[in-house]
Design a protein around this ligand. Structure first.
Ligand SMILES: [Zn+2]
Length: 462
């Protein structure tokens, strides 16, 4: 895949870094948002800020090595920090949940890597990522809410971040939603995050268990309820665990109320919900949130302001950091003349039962993900759930649509046998992913001719 921009010049490369409590992720990304490679380093748990800064430098260094002799070269680096930062000075003011407070990360990285460094808050940059390539692509204004261990957010209007008078805007996790409520990590009481973040959910589960309630989580965590990962919350919900369903229902109601608050305060085009908790438990939580937002009694003058799910998942923050880096060097992805076309593998041959993609022949159903990787379709997922590989559900789409395509092209087979379930259609609508379901021959053509960020699922037989 030759990575070129619209003018057939080699694409410039950027590095986006997401500094998190458990890992530091540094991805090498081209101008169109295509992820070339991902480097992950575990965040030192007990170390000081020096150790964390060194880990960030190592992660970037690993990504820099992958630039190799690429003709576009490395242009700039964007770094997302989970805390308050001064973007102009590249200085970390405070990181409440990890040690990086008072580190001049921008100047430090600039000295080492000799390219411009953009530094921003992770919630803010996540919103920028969703606006660039995620569920809010093309929206005039977007507010994104990231529900993870805590709750972060960011607001982007007209391709610009709302930074606030003190560089502290978008801290939606700390709006007070219950006066005198539970204590929050920030020191205040009754914050949104202290009611609906993953730490709050964990706390509520532990308290209920201490009071004698039963939950399947006790077994799933081997009795250690100190940290309950989002994937385990999902498994408990799938097992119809009463306690977890009750607590997650309450959390979803708080998130729904927060969306209403946002709508009435700034009335954005789109509210995007993301983060580990939303990603893992959206099937359970979204209907509750949509109900609350849908029953709003105070209308606007137009239909808008919908709530969507993040289409980018983990990559939203990294891509937002790259968007910030691009803006820093005067190549904003929101300016028409700097929009770059993504590189995608070409399908050079198709006939019944056979397809050739980027020079490689396949004789079974395939998926092409948004990163250009071709995967054999795992038919067992559909067969197990629906008894036929002609039915596509959300479980399968979760894999096919990783990375947030703008459009999903499905080759439904020669006679168009493949169908989507209602849940699968919801999955796509909630992420603003357009779906083209066509007989496979036409789907191949549509795929090759498209200039958008796309994914495909090709059924090769009937
Ligand atoms: Zn708080």
């Amino acid at each position: 895949m030759a990575r070129t921009n619209g003018n057939a010049e080699p694409q410039r490369l950027y590095i986006g870094v997401d500094v998190g409590g458990t890992k530091v992720q540094a991805s090498l990304v081209d101008e169109s948002g295509g992820i070339v490679t991902r480097q992950r380093c575990p965040t030192p748990r007990d170390g000081g800020s020096e150790d964390v800064a060194a880990t960030i430098q190592t992660a970037i260094d690993d990504a820099v090595k992958k630039v190799g002799k690429h003709p576009g070269g490395l242009t700039a680096i964007g770094v997302a920090i989970p805390g308050v930062v001064d973007p102009d000075a590249g200085h970390v003011v405070v990181t409440p949940n990890m040690s990086l407070t008072d580190v001049a990360i921008g100047p430090r990285l600039r000295d080492q890597f000799d390219v411009p460094i953009a530094v921003g808050n992770d919630g803010n940059l996540g919103a920028l990522g969703e606006r660039w390539l995620g569920s809010a692509r093309n929206a005039t204004s977007v507010l994104s809410i990231c529900v993870g261990t805590g709750i972060g957010s960011g607001f982007v209007q007209g391709g610009k971040l709302w930074r606030g008078a003190r560089e502290a805007a978008g801290e939606i996790g700390h709006i007070v939603m219950r006066i005198g409520g539970p204590k929050c990590g920030c020191g205040n009481r009754g914050c949104f995050e202290a009611l609906a973040g993953r730490s709050a959910v964990e706390r509520d589960i532990r308290e209920a268990v201490a009071a004698g309630r039963k939950t399947v989580l006790t077994e799933l965590t081997d009795g250690d309820l100190s940290i309950i990962r989002s994937s385990l919350l999902r498994r408990a919900l799938e097992a119809e665990d009463e306690l977890v369903a009750e607590i997650m229902h309450r959390a979803a109601e708080v998130i729904g109320a927060a969306c209403l608050t946002v709508r009435h305060l700034i009335d954005p085009d789109v509210i995007v919900l993301g983060g580990g908790v939303m990603e893992a438990c959206s099937e359970f939580m979204m209907p509750i949130i949509e109900d609350i937002v849908g029953s709003d009694r105070l209308p606007g003058a137009r239909q808008s302001g919908g709530v969507r799910l993040s289409a980018l998942g983990d990559d939203a923050v990294v891509l937002g950091a790259v968007a910030a880096a691009r803006m820093l060097v005067g190549h904003s992805p929101f300016k028409k003349r700097f929009v770059a076309r993504p590189a995608f593998p070409e399908i050079t041959h198709y006939e019944f039962g056979e397809i050739t993609i980027a020079g490689k022949a396949y004789d079974r159903d395939v998926c092409i993900r948004v990163d250009g990787k071709v995967k054999k379709r795992d038919k067992a997922v559909a067969k197990q759930q629906y008894g036929t590989s002609h039915t596509v559900g959300p479980e399968e789409l979760e894999k096919v649509c990783r990375g947030g395509p703008e459009v999903l092209i499905i080759g439904a087979g020669e006679s168009g046998m493949v169908e989507l379930t209602d849940e699968a259609r919801h999955f796509l609508e909630r992420r603003a992913i357009e779906c083209k379901l066509l007989p496979t021959g036409q789907a191949v053509e549509a795929y090759n001719q498209s200039e958008r960020r796309r994914a495909a699922l090709m059924h090769l037989t009937c």
